[in-house]
Each structure stands twice: as C-alpha cells, then as structure tokens.
Write a protein that binds this ligand. Sequence first.
Ligand SMILES: [Zn+2]
Length: 181
Amino acid sequence: MSLEQQYTEILASLGEDIFREGLVDTPKRAAKAMQYLCRGYQQTLEEVVNGALFSSDNSEMVMVKNIELYSLCEHHILPFIGKAHVAYLPNGKVLGLSKVARIVDMYARRLQIQENLTRQIAEAVEQVTGALGVGVVIEAQHMCMMMRGVEKQNSTMVTSVMLGHFRSNAATRSEFLSLIN
Ligand SMILES: [Zn+2]
C-alpha cells in the first residue's frame, strides 16, 4: 500500500468522511509532506558535504549558531522545533559554512529523539572534519508536550554533546557555551 493510500486509511479510521471536498487530495498532500519531512533518509553525509572541506591553519573555534531545526519525534511523529548550535576546533580542515546547517538538516529530517539527533550531528562533524573537538547544543520545543500529554507550552528541552577537547577542556567548553548566549 502506498503512503497516500495509508493516509486515506488513517483519515477513515479517525472517523472522517474521506470523500468530502476538503479531504479529496489530502492523502496525496500528506504523503508528499511526510516524504519531505523525512527526506533525510535519502541523504548521506558524503553527498551533503560534497567535498566542501578546505585546508586551514585556523586553530580557533568555528561556530555556527541558531541553526533552525525542524524534526519529528519518533515516539509520536509530532514536530519538535528549535535551534542547533554547532562548534568545532579545526585540525587543519574547515567545513564550508552552509554544510554545518545541511548536516543538521539531514539528521533532523528523520524520525528522531533530540538526544540522538544531537549526538549524530556531533559525530558527523567530527568524522568529516577530523576536528580536535566538537560541541553541539540543541534547544527545542516538542509538540508532543505542548499539544498533548502534559500540555506544557513553555518548556524547552536542551541537549548537548561534547566530544574531544570540548569534553576534556573546561575552558573550551565554557567558551562555546558563552558564545551561545
Ligand atoms: Zn514525542
């Protein structure tokens, strides 16, 4: 059964009249939207980075902050939305600026829990750049908490993963955290 047909089943199961005008094309649109929201499954790290790795003598922290993040929680298939902050200490190579955001996007556009998403981004940046250290912080609001369950509208979940020098060196870690704020 196609995704589109399965959405028809879902609408019928919810008690909807699947023939009413407003819903005629909904299964098709919903299938397309879901495929878009999960397009990260079709991408690989190699494709996303596409060779945009440059030699550099810079050994100072490189940081990209406030990267918009849209993902779906794997428990409820409901959105979680927020920002990612990514930093690394180069070890002879730097990554094209937009690539950090693309890496975030590739992993976000899959069913996720925020903790795993944070780790996957950190490990990918480490793997691609060979950095001496990587730090990733994600702040996000989860629709499964806001629209259902405990219905907490203002809680933000914060997760962080520190690798290499970001883990072992308190000064590096605090430089990163102070740049976020
Ligand atoms: Zn959830």
